[in-house]
Design a binder for this molecule. Structure first.
Ligand code: SAM
Length: 284
């Protein structure tokens, strides 16, 4: 990340969520403001040609994964709220729209959006530009995961460490160093019982087949040229073991087989996720 520039990949991912609303039926992730938040110009271009940013053979897999990880995180958040979760921390929020369509009655769930400072400043300008109001139960917490601790950033934002909290961390871990990812997960593991995190991560390239490796190389070049190179990759078995050692009592890794079985069965369009990333659900 560059200090003065917002994340370019945050806009790309938001474009995929918006394309999903227009292209895929049934939708896996229904986000009524996904199109609005990308800005008037991009929204109007997408409405004219929803496939404009979905033109490569890998695009449907990436779009499906972006939709599925948000759906899974919000499904798990809803279960958490029923168990007593009262804070939702969206790590590396980008143009995530949950806070602006929060379905829970006011006062039940406080949302914290944590992001790289320049991305957060840009998001606030995007919200302002398209007239999306800031809800009372939202607080922004600017944090650079590489140079600050999440604990410091959240404390400054008014986070209550005594409350059961759900964290999501979508499309972010691959852009960080392994040390920064682990430090943040250790902090989450110290949250009160009932807390948890859903995050996605990239499979270590050494574990990929040659065909998967070729897709990986294509995507890796693309993000590096956007100035946001991938840095952290994981082995699902080792990551599960590390999370258990941190103190998470429930750790469930979801690969493409489980994600496709859960969200992409009986579709006429064949939409499904690919195999370069997994989603992890870890609960304290
Ligand atoms: C691909 S975007 C994903 C955004 C969002 N989670 C989503 O799914 O739409 C990556 C996000 O990670 C954030 N990020 C990358 N490096 C970061 C860092 N060192 N500290 C904090 N946030 C970071 C970017 O600002 C951006 O919001």
């Amino acid at each position: 990340m560059k200090e003065t520039r917002p994340s370019a990949t945050a806009q790309r991912v938001a474009m995929r969520r918006a394309s999903h609303q227009l292209l895929d039926d049934p939708k896996v992730f229904d986000d009524p403001i996904a199109l609005r938040i990308i800005g008037k110009e991009d929204a109007s271009a997408l409405q004219t040609d929803p496939r404009q940013s979905e033109a490569t053979p890998l695009s449907p897999y990436l779009r499906a994964f972006v939709a599925a990880r948000s759906r899974y995180a919000e499904d798990e958040l809803a279960l958490g709220v029923r168990r007593g979760v009262r804070q939702y921390v969206i790590l590396g929020a980008g143009l995530d729209t949950f806070a602006y369509r929060n379905p829970h009655p006011q006062g039940v769930l406080h949302v914290f959006e944590v992001d790289y400072p320049s991305t957060q400043t840009w998001k606030r300008a995007c919200l302002d530009e398209v007239g999306i109001a800031l809800p009372d139960d939202l607080t922004f917490g600017p944090v650079d995961f590489e140079t600050q601790t999440l604990e410091e950033g959240l404390r400054a934002a008014g986070y209550d460490p005594g409350k059961s909290t759900f964290f999501s961390w979508l499309g972010v871990t691959e852009y960080l160093t392994t040390e920064a990812v682990m430090a943040t997960l250790r902090f989450i593991a110290s949250a009160p019982m009932g807390s948890g995190v859903v995050f996605d991560y990239m499979i270590a390239p050494s574990l990929l087949t040659p065909a998967q490796r070729s897709s990986f190389d294509t995507l890796e070049r693309r993000v590096a040229s956007a100035g946001e190179p991938w840095q952290a990759f994981f082995d699902p078995g080792l990551l599960t073991r590390d999370l258990q050692a941190m103190g998470f009592g429930y750790v469930k890794d979801k690969g493409p087989g489980e994600i496709n079985a859960r969200y992409f069965t009986n579709r006429k369009d064949g939409l499904r996720v690919g195999s370069l990333s997994h989603v992890m659900n870890a609960q304290v």
